[in-house]
Design a protein around this ligand. Structure first.
Ligand SMILES: Cc1ncc(COP(=O)(O)O)c(C=O)c1O
Length: 497
């Protein structure tokens, strides 16, 4: 039964009222609700500017909400079966950093899969926590990292009974989930907290056919990008919590350290209305979406040279569940890489995919996806197949092994250590002082404090040549390593950071 109070949009309603009363604005923002001239205003219109207020009386304060933001957050918590919700205006990036900093102190251990988003590495540096990485399930046919098995978490817990928390991704970028319910139970039985990255799983909260949510699994805390899959504006996310293990005073002050004191009202309003839409229409519209997706998949399956990744496939590879709003297609049997398909799709068919890897592409579907969009995708794949399948080029070599390097010291120690920069090939056997990621999907090849192996160097070379964007601090072929000669830690002197 739906609750009528979910029809309310407390923050959005108040914001609209404020836009309409035409108050004399001696506050910021400086555009004074659109009383300026500029090209953006001409393009998007005065109405949008009138909603971009900062913190006028009556609109509450995000850092310590007691009014309409608090009400809107309560409705969000109820809609997601959480005990508490915190609105975020700097994405799940800030959600992840906040939840790790609020739960793990310097030198405390956190168990986490290697295929974490780069915000987790930032959180390790900021908190000083010690990462205990577990190897995710690897699909060598597709060249991607999936979820973590229950057994691998159990083994890590056994080896590190003093760990403070377990970090789970629900789902991965490609829609694969882990057995979050059992893992949560095991973690709690061992006195550990469960932190969940639901950047790609906001829609799970609104349809029973979707995989399990962190809150259903009784995980302690999750961060969810409403903007990615639940219809709010880019950067708007939410932290959800359940149970009594989270210290809310510490969480609140950590979020406040990281977020702007001038949060965008447009982002907050977009969360408020997205929650209402998903609460009332999510179930039906996701059902419709899943049907459209299945229809599209069944045609895509008949196209020579491409392979549709579906739930059966994911389960056969050891995955726990699969988010069927993600269309994952293996394209490398056409003789071209996912990277090439990504470019061709945009240039030739005006289709913007979410991401590409060497063997696959990912199209993200939401309740905003139409049948026509899916028809366009199917049409584009039919033409690609006609053009490339017959040529049967040599298949690109599979490149993905994912042996992550050994840790020498905590990411925070490495971050604070003296550094020098060297050319990549000179970095062999040195200790990295930076993260080197391929983006998307933001998987770290090496993080601060790890030893740079030959394999890391070869992987970076490979991704650069394939045209993937490699993110490092220095974009000129150099990497930052620890200057061991001037590093006290190298002499065995620990620091207490
Ligand atoms: C797995 C994962 N976690 C976290 C994030 C960060 O989310 P946001 O973009 O909302 O900051 C991303 C972003 O792509 C992601 O892919």
């Amino acid at each position: 039964m739906k609750e009528d109070r979910q029809l309310r949009t407390p923050f959005f309603t108040k914001l609209k009222e404020y836009g309409q009363i035409n108050a004399t604005p001696f506050d910021v923002p400086g555009h004074k609700l659109g009383r300026i001239e500029n090209d953006l205003l001409d393009y998007i219109g005065l109405e949008t500017y009138m909603l971009d207020s900062n913190a006028p009386m009556g609109l509450d304060t995000l850092s310590r909400p007691t009014g309409v933001i608090r009400e809107a957050e309560k409705l969000m918590a109820e809609a997601c079966l959480a005990d508490k919700a915190y609105f975020l205006t700097n994405g799940t990036t800030v959600g992840i950093i906040s939840m790790i900093m609020a739960t793990c102190k310097a030198k405390e251990k956190i168990i986490l899969p290697r295929n974490v988003h780069k915000s987790v590495i930032s959180a390790l540096i900021l908190s000083g926590a010690m990462p205990i990485f577990i190897r995710p399930e690897i699909d060598l046919d597709l060249g991607i990292a999936n979820g973590v098995s229950y057994e691998s978490v159990a083994e890590a817990i056994k080896k590190h009974p003093d760990a403070k928390a377990i970090f789970i991704i629900n789902p991965t970028y490609f829609g694969v989930t882990s057995d979050i319910e059992r893992i949560t139970k095991l973690a709690h039985d061992n006195g550990m907290l469960v932190l969940v990255d639901e950047a790609h799983g906001a829609q799970f909260y609104f349809n029973e056919r979707m995989p399990f949510t962190a809150m259903e699994a009784s995980a302690d805390i999750s961060a969810s990008s409403f903007h990615k899959t639940a219809g709010s504006f880019t950067q708007s996310s939410v932290i959800l919590t359940k149970g009594k293990r989270i210290d809310h005073v510490r969480l609140r002050s950590t979020i406040n350290m990281l977020q702007s004191t001038s949060p965008s009202a447009l982002l907050l309003a977009s969360l408020d209305v997205a929650r209402k839409t998903m609460y009332f229409q999510g179930a039906k519209r996701i059902d419709r979406l899943l049907k459209m997706a299945e229809d599209a998949r069944s045609i895509l399956r008949t196209i020579p040279g491409i392979k549709v990744i579906d739930k059966d496939y994911i389960l056969s590879k050891g995955g726990f569940d699969f988010d069927e709003t993600k269309v994952v297609i293996k394209v490398s049997d056409l003789g071209i890489t996912g990277f090439e398909v990504y470019k061709i799709m945009r240039k030739k068919y005006n289709i913007q995919l979410e991401l590409a890897e060497s063997h696959i592409i990912l199209a993200v579907l939401t309740i905003g996806t139409t049948k026509e969009d899916l028809d366009n995708l199917v049409f584009a794949f039919k033409s690609l197949s006609k053009k490339y399948y017959k040529l049967r080029n040599k298949l690109p070599k599979i490149k993905f092994d994912y042996q992550f390097p050994e840790t020498y010291t905590r990411p925070r120690d490495a971050y604070h250590a003296p550094k020098i920069s060297v050319e990549l090939h000179e970095a062999y056997d040195e200790i990295s002082a930076e993260s080197i990621m391929i983006y998307p999907p933001g998987i770290p090849l090496v993080i601060p404090g790890e030893i740079i192996t030959q394999e890391v160097i070869d992987d970076i070379d490979f991704y650069v040549k394939k045209g993937s964007v490699v993110h490092s601090d220095l974009d000129n072929g150099y990497v930052k390593i620890i200057d061991k000669e001037h590093w006290m830690y190298w002499e065995g002197e620990e620091n207490d950071l």
